[in-house]
Write a protein that binds this ligand. Sequence first.
Ligand code: SF4
Length: 289
Amino acid sequence: MTEEKKWELKDYKSDLKPIWCPGCGDFGVLNSLYKALTALQLDPKDTAVISGIGCSSRLPGYLNTYGFNSIHGRAIPIASGVKLGNPDIEVIAVGGDGDGFSIGGGHIAHAARRNINMTYIVMDNQIYGLTKGQLSPTSELRLKTKTSKYGSIDTPVNPVSLCLAYGVSFIARTYSGNPKHMVEMITQGIKHEGFSFIHCLSPCVTFRGKEQYDYFNDNTELVPKQHDPANKGQALAIGESMTPMYLGAIYHNHFTTYEDRLADFREKHKKTDGKKLLDKYRIQKYDEK
Ligand code: SF4
């Protein structure tokens, strides 16, 4: 007899109704996250979703899990603290391209090198939506906005290449226009033991227009079947390609997680007298002076 599912999709929904513009790609990400959580049967009280600031960072409010719509660019350090404070819960950090790769850009490297077991979902619309359409770190060269009337002269950041360079242990790209694929990528990211990054192409209909959907529809393809996600060289070539932009699990490897290292460290030092160590350190510092 198959075991009955305890959690249904409605159990992950809060009473708040999303206030995103009709057609915003973030709806697709939220619905995919509901479905991934349902597929994984995660207990809402054992799940925490942490965001920064921006249109997409409203997402934790629409979930019936623990959540925190925090401060600009700080989703990752707060999510790291939540995970290390209670390693038994599932932690998901979410946000936009500006929040993640401009204001909060310095934090990804450290979550990656520690390999903290959590998932980071970035909804990339290549614009600042909440503040009415300025260039973001992923906006393409020559993009004209209210604040770049003559076109951007900045080369955009490629989030996948950056995460590969930082050593993120699971990297996938997906697209709001392909919801089934998005559910699969988010599910794989949450299941991965270690820091996972899900790059979600999530159009902003208000400041990038319907053309952004058209662009992603015409310029995305699934990763080739022969792609080996454990091969970093191949992953870099796949991740850097812009025509097409590949969707799928781009890189996947297993490294020791920070939580395991921390547990190991605690075990090794459980008999160490912390106060004596601290006093010794203080005396050394004093003597050095
Ligand atoms: Fe979505 Fe753009 Fe509207 Fe923000 S401004 S809710 S990103 S469509």
